[in-house]
Design a protein around this ligand. Structure first.
Ligand code: BGC
Length: 993
């Protein structure tokens, strides 16, 4: 669309059109090595030992760059520069003195539908992705061949589909186009590739995907429930059954879901490592089931299976106002175990009327907001093993529900991801015993205790301590967040809850027998299991802590659904927060599967007129309601988030799937705005939580942005993204319609909100930010408006005044209009309001409000003061894309733009990102007057590199850039040197002016 091509400030969606690429990282070297993401097994710059003599120089320089890169990753600070230089030299000599590795072209990290070896998918045409590792530079795939079989040896009789050699450079999301897939079948697949240097890889190792129950008719199990189990805060029902298996077992799968949470047990053990299953969706429309491979858990002969249910999102407290049973008041289980014997025969074990139930077990109460009460004196020892006497248990009842809502789990499973130990145990001035976990975390505690039967240990959770050093829970509002454990008295006992989670850093312990030590408590961090893909680091420790806080905000709030906060009586899928943070989230972690699933939740809850609810799953509107009053910047998640996922993962299917919802949202606004094109009344929340001075004395202006202005700006933005989406999907008519719509809104917007001198809206920062970011200004006023924005920032002493909607774009707008220095001033501002103010106040997560805790250590209004809200963490995106310069020019990072922005206030900044194509790095480091720019470009991608080198000569390995055959299209313009590069790891140097 031409209007986008003309857009000056909008490279953050415009530039993503038309391409493809990407990796993974973490913030500590140790973790990177542990995750094997530090560098791929083949350093991409080392050439083959069979290299002809004329290439020896290249070998040398490539090796040098590899080592440089290694050290860059190892320690980017330049304090130990001299020592480092010596070590580098020694290593370099050792390195080139020894044999140079020769490796083949390798294909690795195979995924189907963004997942490694998924079990239980219900996608009929899964898509395959792979990554290429190669020793050469500028390596591109020229062809691939894929094959799919029902055995891992790919014997010819078992091959179900093979592509033959396909000339293509596509290595992500290639669609299965073989015969229809069968239910409950494991399919193995592998791929081989050819590259542009004439090499052919071997077949990759086999990966697999396994189908779930592809038709609802295959569900033979019945819903089972415990009679009378319909009360609030009722004890958890336990279910059990024994069964006999007569033959030798070849394989076994269990398909299971529930109303409420379930924990499934087989022969004494919990099945699988997922928690809070079956996750959260709008249950009446979409209910996820999980599939587990239980082959190893079964026995020939007698077996016992059982389940414990919890209230969860289904029946428990949800949304403020003491709401509960939003989806239903009766918990239930649906379970189907399929066993295949070695003789090929099959048998099913099903949930049905033959099961028994009791609620006389130890889980006396469980609730997401309020915690769990566990009485260990009531433990049902052996309940999940064969031979247990269940004579006091009662018969279950079966119920019929329409199983049309059953879906395979598509998101990222929720798991216990890591554990942390207390850093301090102390008494408050009032004498309370408090444990400091050192990190505001989400999940729960594991308690180790040894005491007398009947003693009760109580754990209360809080995010912060108040200014008097006392335990502070007022901001949790009605959520009790309490664990009560009654000791059984059998020696050492270990307890952790299963049907609740809390957001906390501090724990108040009462009733603990004996002396409490760090040994007794472990923090179990729980969230959707998303691979860590990004890292950002700089020479400023406060900035590094900010990055840490952003990552922990994500960990705490990505629990099957992106929630606003994890602690108070809320924890809902607020759509505005999710759209603001989506791109940052996608740098930090692999959120492809997570958002694929949640965007379908958004569509499922979108109302008939196209309205997108404020929260998804929509628990704020009665389930039957057909309307909801949506809000600009919140409802726009329907458009912004799929586009973001497409940008990052190159996944066109998410656009196809979401397109009807994207269009319905824009059409909803179109109807509301009518011929006037101003969306009046479209913004309920405005620029939520923008800076507001404590006392508005009319000399200190607040950051208020008019609501209709916001609504109209987002109307324009969503229309433009919709136009681009239509274009990407080949819907030419729609592309024209929505680009025309955008232009019309823009015209009216300018008329209504922009003065001839470039003042915009209420003159607030967010007014300028939205207008500049969404390309809503006349070309000739852009520079003037950007200057006015900068003047406002300066007049506040380099401080921001933006809220949830302006903040994510603020620094982008500055840097793309020539004010990167001002963006850095804001980023590095330590005084309130700023990103680093909470860091200086000791924050370990992102706060909901700029002044959650004020400078005098008092708190903001407890009615809304979360200390773990990711929205303002959206600055992470700018840190990756602009500070370190790691950006894509096309969907999926196939074509990169690496453009680091050095600044005098820092001595280095660097980022890495595990893209769909492999690991990308970008960053810079200053040593004296020399700036080294270090980049890594994965195979099958290429990059445009832009260096702010001014007039200075850019060298690589001590030689002029132009002498190196890996770089082309070298153009010097203004203070920038731009050139193209293929895959490899490179270190460029220039003298800073
Ligand atoms: C939530 C926010 C949300 C907002 C909408 C709050 O209660 O915590 O994050 O976006 O409401 O105004």
């Amino acid at each position: 669309m031409r209007f986008l091509a003309n857009a000056r400030n909008d490279r953050y969606f415009r530039d993503h059109i038309g391409g493809k690429v990407a990796i993974r990282g973490d913030d500590s070297l140790k973790k990177q090595i542990a995750n094997r993401h530090f560098f791929p097994s083949i350093p991409p710059t080392i050439v083959s030992s069979r290299a002809p003599a004329r290439d020896l120089l290249q070998v040398f320089s490539n090796s040098y760059f590899f080592i440089q890169t290694f050290f860059y990753n190892l320690d980017s600070t330049n304090q130990q520069h001299k020592t480092m230089k010596l070590i580098k030299l020694t290593l370099l000599l050792l390195f080139i003195g020894g044999p140079v590795f020769a490796q083949d072209l390798l294909v690795k990290e195979l995924t189907s539908e963004h997942k490694k070896n998924p079990i239980g998918i219900d996608i009929m045409q899964p898509r395959f992705s792979w990554k290429i590792l190669s020793a050469g530079n500028s390596i591109m795939q020229t062809a691939y061949s894929l094959r799919v079989a029902t055995d891992s040896k790919f014997s010819s009789s078992k091959i179900v589909w093979q592509t033959g050699k396909i000339n293509s450079d596509e290595s992500i999301l290639q669609t299965y186009a073989g015969p229809g897939l069968k239910s409950s079948q494991r399919y193995y697949w592998q791929v081989k590739i050819w590259d542009n240097s004439g090499k052919e890889s071997k077949w990759s190792e086999a990966a697999f995907f396994e189908t779930g129950l592809l038709s609802r008719d295959e569900w033979k199990a019945k819903w089972i429930e415990m009679p009378g189990d319909t009360l609030r805060y009722a004890p958890s029902p336990y279910f059990r059954k024994e069964f006999n298996l007569t033959k030798t077992i070849e394989s076994a799968r269990v398909y299971v879901t529930s109303h409420g949470y379930y924990e499934l047990h087989l022969n004494g053990k919990k099945v699988g490592d997922q928690v809070l299953t079956p996750g959260w969706t709008s249950y009446s429309k979409r209910l996820q089931y999980q599939v587990y491979d239980v082959t190893e858990m079964l026995l020939k002969g007698d077996n016992a299976i059982g389940a414990i249910l919890g209230d969860g999102w289904y029946r428990g407290s949800l949304a403020w106002g003491d709401n509960w049973r939003i989806y239903g008041k009766q918990l239930g289980l649906l379970m189907q175990l399929k066993i295949t014997y070695t003789d090929g025969s099959e048998t099913l074990v099903l949930s049905d009327e033959s099961w028994k139930a009791t609620n006389n077990g130890p889980v006396r109460m469980n609730d997401i907001y309020n915690g769990e009460t566990y009485d260990a004196t009531k433990v049902l020892t052996g309940w999940n093993t064969k031979g247990y006497s269940d004579k006091n248990w009662i018969n279950v009842k079966t119920s019929v529900y329409n199983n049309n809502n059953l879906i395979a789990s598509e998101g990222a499973p929720i798991r216990k991801i890591e554990e942390i130990k207390p850093v301090k145990i102390f008494r408050t001035p009032k004498g309370k015993l408090v444990v400091d976990m050192g990190q505001n975390m989400v999940g729960w505690l594991r308690l180790k205790v040894n005491g007398q039967k009947g003693q009760v240990v109580t754990l209360n959770h809080a995010e912060v301590m108040d200014k008097f050093g006392e335990f502070y829970t007022t901001n949790l509002r009605a959520a009790k967040c309490q664990l009560n454990y009654t000791i059984a008295g059998n020696g050492e006992e270990i307890y952790e809850p299963r049907f609740t989670f809390m957001g906390f850093r501090f724990v108040e312990v009462s009733g603990f027998p004996g002396e409490l030590t760090a040994e007794n408590l472990t923090g179990v961090v729980v969230h959707s299991d998303m691979a860590v893909t990004g890292s950002y680091e700089s020479s400023n420790p406060l900035l590094n802590q900010l990055q840490h806080n952003i990552q922990w905000g994500q960990k705490g709030n990505f629990v099957d659904v992106p929630t606003d906060c994890p602690q108070r009586d809320e924890r809902l899928g607020w759509t505005g927060d999710a759209q603001a943070f989506a791109r940052t989230a996608a740098y930090n972690m692999d959120v492809a599967a997570f958002f694929t699933k949640w965007m379908k939740d958004v569509s499922a809850d979108q109302k008939n007129g196209g309205e997108v609810p404020d929260v998804v799953p929509d628990v704020l509107n009665p389930q039957t309601a057909v309307t909801a009053q949506p809000s600009a910047g919140w409802g726009d998640v329907a458009v912004i988030a799929p586009w973001t996922m497409y940008t990052v993962y190159g996944d066109k299917k998410i656009l196809e799937t979401q397109y009807p919802g994207m269009k319905a949202w824009v059409e909803y606004i179109r109807k509301k705005a009518g011929d006037g094109y101003i969306w009046k009344g479209g913004s309920k929340y405005g620029d939520w939580l923008f800076y507001h001075p404590p006392v508005n004395n009319h000399t200190e202006p607040d950051g208020y942005t008019e609501h209709d202005f916001i609504a109209t700006a987002f109307y324009a933005y969503s229309s433009s993204i919709l136009a681009e989406t239509a274009k990407a999907l080949g819907k030419t008519d729609d592309a024209r319609t929505y680009s025309d719509l955008f232009l019309k809104i823009k015209e009216v917007f300018i008329n209504e909100y922009v003065t001839k001198s470039g003042r915009v809206g209420t003159n607030s920062q967010t007014s300028y930010v939205l207008a500049l970011m969404f390309d809503l200004l006349p070309e000739n006023l852009t520079a003037r408006s950007a200057k006015l924005l900068v003047e406002d920032i300066k007049s506040r002493g380099n401080r921001l005044s933006t809220g949830f909607l302006g903040t994510p774009y603020l620094c982008h707008v500055l840097s793309s209009n020539g004010y990167t220095d001002v963006a850095y001033d804001l980023l590095l501002q330590e005084n309130y309001p700023s990103w680093l103010y909470p860091v200086k106040m000791g924050a370990t997560t992102i706060w909901e409000r700029w002044d959650g805790q004020k400078t005098d250590s008092t708190f903001q209004d407890a009615g809304m003061n979360s200390f773990n809200h990711y929205a303002y963490g959206a600055i992470g995106d700018w840190m990756y894309r602009v500070s370190a310069g790691l950006e894509t020019m096309s969907p999926g990072y196939k074509h990169l733009i690496l453009q680091p922005h050095p600044i005098k206030k820092l001595s280095y900044s660097k980022a890495s990102f595990e893209s769909p194509y492999g690991k990308i790095s970008s960053g810079w480091e200053r040593t004296g007057k020399t700036i080294a720019v270090i980049v890594r470009i994965p195979a099958n991608t290429d990059a445009t590199i832009v260096l702010p080198a001014g007039k200075s000569k850019v060298t690589i390995g001590g030689k002029d850039l132009s002498e190196n055959k890996n770089f082309s299209d070298i153009v010097a313009s203004g203070d920038k040197l731009t050139f193209k590069a293929g895959s490899g790891a490179y270190v460029f140097e220039y003298t800073e002016e």
